[in-house]
Design a protein around this ligand. Structure first.
Ligand SMILES: Nc1ncnc2c1ncn2[C@@H]1O[C@H](COP(=O)(O)OP(=O)(O)OP(=O)(O)O)[C@@H](O)[C@H]1O
Ligand SMILES: [Mg+2]
Length: 219
């Protein structure tokens, strides 16, 4: 589904943050992306979300070389990738329901076509009782789940989660992990960037380990 070959990335004239990354992310796979703070986990997720272009190397996504894709087509491709940012990025003046529905609303979809889906998804992440409240009233774990629902509403083929358990206690981290595992069982590929060793030790999953610009993969 995704193929990187000798990919390098530097910001501006700075040092190369990522060097010679060669790997695949297969359809329906589940993996952790780990490595010390500053190793480039968020940077790699931004490459996967097509919000950064590599400074060298080749990236193929869904069968296409990303440098061949005309700019106006990028949003279409990006729609196949769901992302949960490290800082949630929920809009504080919209309710939980409206935040989750937003990606569909901005595309001009009629509410009647998605209302049931949004409500069901919110129930699935355990926010059925919180649909009409504003994000400032939500707890850290609830915000995290609202961000998960928003990333999933468009049924992406791959979900990228940046430190999804950083702001929650261990039982909530376990619940979130179970959500990601269930999503993966339903056929979505999942990449979780994390430092959290206890989280990673709970599943026997592929680990992509970044350090000093290089990537090691433990299957
Ligand atoms: N927009 C930017 N411009 C310049 N340098 C950047 C930019 N974003 C990140 N960096 C640098 O790139 C390196 C990798 O950062 P990145 O955020 O990808 O690391 P990370 O592994 O996600 O770290 P953390 O675990 O703390 O979230 C760091 O040295 C950082 O300072
Ligand atoms: Mg990061």
């Amino acid at each position: 589904m995704i193929h990187f070959e000798n990919v390098g990335l530097r910001y501006g004239m700075g040092p190369e943050i990522l060097r010679d990354l060669t790997f695949d992310i297969p359809k329906k796979s589940f993996q952790f992306l780990t490595g010390p703070s500053g190793a480039g986990k968020t940077t790699l997720l931004r490459l996967l979300f097509l919000s950064l272009q590599p400074t060298r190397g080749l990236i193929r996504m869904f069968g296409r070389d990303i440098t061949d894709i005309p700019r106006p087509e990028l949003p279409l491709l990006r729609r196949r990738v769901g992302i949960i940012f490290q800082e949630f990025r929920l809009l504080d003046h919209l309710t939980t329901y409206e935040n989750v529905a937003l990606p569909l609303r901005v595309r001009g979809k009629d509410e009647s076509s998605y209302k049931t889906d949004v409500l069901e998804l919110l129930k699935w992440v355990g926010l059925g009782e919180r649909i009409n409240v504003l994000p400032p009233v939500l707890s850290g774990g609830e915000k995290q789940r609202a961000a998960i629902a928003r990333a999933l509403i468009d049924r992406p083929e791959i979900l990228l989660a940046d430190e999804p358990t950083a702001n929650v206690d261990p039982p909530m981290a376990r619940r979130l992990l179970n959500l990601f595992l269930e999503l993966n069982r339903l056929g979505t590929a999942v990449v979780i960037a994390t430092h959290d060793l206890t989280l990673m030790d709970q599943v026997d999953a592929r680990r992509m380990i970044l350090s000093e610009g290089h990537l090691d993969i433990h299957d």
